[in-house]
Design a protein around this ligand. Sequence first.
Ligand code: HEM
Length: 423
Amino acid sequence: MTATASAAAPAGIDDPYALSLDQIDVSKPELFERNAEGAYFARLRREDPVHFCADSAYGPYWSITKYKDIMAVDTNHQVFSSEAGLGGIIIEDGIQKSSGEGSIDLPNFIAMDPPKHDGQRKAVSPIVAPANLANLEGTIRERVGRVLDGLPVGEEFDWVPAVSIELTTQMLATLFDFPFEERSKLTRWSDVATAEPGSGIVDSWEQRTSEIMECAECFQGLWNERMEKPGMDLVSMMAHSPATHDMTPQNYLGNVLLLIVGGNDTTRNSMTGGVLALHQNPAEFAKLKANHGLIDSMVSETIRWQTPLAHMRRTALADAEVGGKTIRKGDKVVMWYVSGNRDKDVIIQPDDFIIDRERPRQHLSFGFGVHRCVGNRLAEMQLKILWEEILKRFSRIEVTSEPVRTRSNFVRGYASMPVRLHA
Ligand code: HEM
């Protein structure tokens, strides 16, 4: 795309080509809410792929926007730390761990560096071992079928709560062996864990703390129960692993919230994103209907196309060079997966949704290196089952109006999306 060929920016959003490079700040949540971030990243990839923004709502930060540079940062945890500083792993300091107002310090392994990270990750990894995934498959399929059979064919309804949220919540309850009837609490705690007062989710820091304490109490009860009677669930794994059985209650709660948040927004928005992508690309949907063998690659393409987590952040432990720029010790470094996944130097026709790509799993949505998503195979399996069951039941899912996107530079997803099912 040339500067003159840039698509018109939506009303209220600056045309990225009308700004000087040093005025560009891709962290603004409204860019993502308005689906306007793409043109900004296209310009940075071409003109300034390792870009410094001196002034933003989150302080100064580097943007890494090309696929190979992102991999170089993500796989170099010796220099680019997930633990250093106050901010943790997102651009915004203080949501996950900080000493700021109303915050609770809840260490979790995504915000730890090796070697501590490795033991804690290993403790929960058996949940996604191939044999366990095979065990889960029947339960997931049955629950997906039940949810799909309850949908109103021919009527307009919101896909996000009816399907995406419901199925991911059911999955979380299964992974924790959480009381199934109380599963909506998991979604609530996931929302609260990353919310600030005034976000529409909680009104005050006190409310947030009190709800997180309720979560802590509930999971302490499950820990005590599973100490006595272990099962194949995440709580039992943490209670009995040598790396986690004596962790602090704060660390336990931090890991619980990590697993809840990690498995929730991401898969949820891939479920919605797939419906939208296939609605916008009817020829791809026709290919899928003609050949269900394409479901696996369609699922991977959806995860690339959607990029449910737009970025991960690191803090430099030493001066380092990336893409010809010198990053200084202490600098905040943001890997924009959403941009790397549109890098034409690595991905052919990256802006197009193509369900039969040659290398569909070649994308950055799960990250790379020691923190690469622990749940990636589970997420793919859930999505695969969902699409197998959808194709058995419906001829088309029509998106009846524009979805409402989340106002976030981290979770790239949907608050609602009206659809109509065709039998
Ligand atoms: C880590 C994305 C599903 C649990 C991550 C990371 C990304 C990611 C980008 C960080 C990678 C890095 O820093 O290099 C996704 C996407 C998903 C998904 C796009 C769905 C499409 C899940 C599920 C679970 C899960 C279903 C839960 C069972 C985790 C955990 C980590 C993680 C625990 C931390 C791993 C570590 O620090 O070692 N995920 N995720 N994710 N994810 Fe996922």
